[in-house]
Design a protein around this ligand. Structure first.
Ligand SMILES: [Zn+2]
Length: 303
């Protein structure tokens, strides 16, 4: 049977918060079968666990933030994307401040951490969210759609009115039956323009933003000396964000997501509609052979 997965060991990391600019200490810990993903703010109350589920999403303006009463944790999506991409069902994340460290702006450092901690299979059977009907949400000209597909597939198209973006690929499709999150997605960094950064910093936001944790666009060029990690890094990052957001349904998804200019807010609207329209069923696989290949591949690749 296809079993649930958690971390083998606990592991700690330290990093800068994108918005506060402060150093944060984070710890990822194994957790019980069927417990899901939870966040704990150790600086407020060690006993309050905030579930990584769509009903706890409090703010989607600049990142995806979870909220329980007045306890908030922001910038969870890159970590959650790594957790989803590695098929981790149960994990507790402790952090001593209001956001998850931005690390290098991608999911790659989280993948590395989790790889160092190791993964462990649990005795309980893994559950999936299987999409049973097509759902679309729109906001302005942005669109996000989910539809039935026997595997996991993500496509995304961006359209930025910026001279640098115009020279880069605007579209990508990934079918996870033939490649992996680690290989194709996890290294894609977040991005922003120099002028956006100045506007945000005037509002006391993005205080930790720099070329070490984002792709930064100048007027006509990319400011990062090392350039892009791959040619379609921008669109791949949007896919990375969507994979993290989709995991707020609570389980890995069997279905196809496509986004056009979609962001955290619209992705969350899509999740709410999937739930309100009951466009899914929970499935599990007693026989591994019946499970989609996307979910039976080794999480860190074949090497
Ligand atoms: Zn992002």
């Amino acid at each position: 049977m296809l079993k649930q997965r958690t971390l083998r060991n606990a592991i700690k990391a330290k990093g800068i918060g994108l918005h506060t600019g402060k150093t944060l200490n984070m710890e990822l810990l194994p957790s019980e079968p069927d417990s899901g993903i939870h966040f704990i703010r150790t600086d407020i109350d060690e006993n309050i666990k905030i579930p990584a589920l769509v009903e706890y999403v409090g703010d989607t303006s600049l990142s995806t933030a979870l909220m329980l009463d007045d306890i908030k944790i922001s910038t969870i999506e890159h970590l959650l994307s790594a957790i989803a991409g590695l098929g981790i069902d149960n994990c507790t994340i402790k952090v001593d401040g209001p956001e998850i460290p931005i690390m290098d702006g991608s999911s790659s450092p989280f993948v590395f951490l989790i790889q160092s901690a190791g993964l462990s299979e649990q005795d309980q059977i893994k559950k999936f969210i299987k999409v049973t009907k097509e759902i679309t949400v729109e906001r302005g000209d942005a669109v996000a759609t989910i539809k039935p597909f026997n595997g996991f597939k993500v496509s995304f198209k961006v359209d930025f009115d910026h001279p640098v973006h115009k020279q880069l690929p605007s579209e990508s499709i990934i079918d996870f039956s033939s490649t992996s999150f680690v290989k194709e997605v996890c290294r894609a960094r977040t991005f922003g323009s120099f002028s956006e950064k100045e506007i945000l910093q005037a509002k006391n936001l993005a205080l930790g933003a720099s070329e070490s944790n984002a792709i930064v666009f100048g007027e006509n060029e990319i400011m990062n000396k090392e350039g892009l990690r791959f040619n379609d890094e921008i669109v791949k990052h949007k896919m990375l964000d969507a994979i993290g957001d989709l995991y707020l349904l609570g389980h890995n998804l069997i279905g196809e997501f496509s986004g056009y200019k979609s962001g955290h807010a619209l992705n969350n609207e899509l999740l709410k509609k999937i739930i309100s329209e009951e466009a899914f069923e929970i499935v599990q696989f007693e026989n591994m052979q019946n499970a989609p290949i996307s979910y039976t591949r080794p999480p860190f690749g074949d090497a």
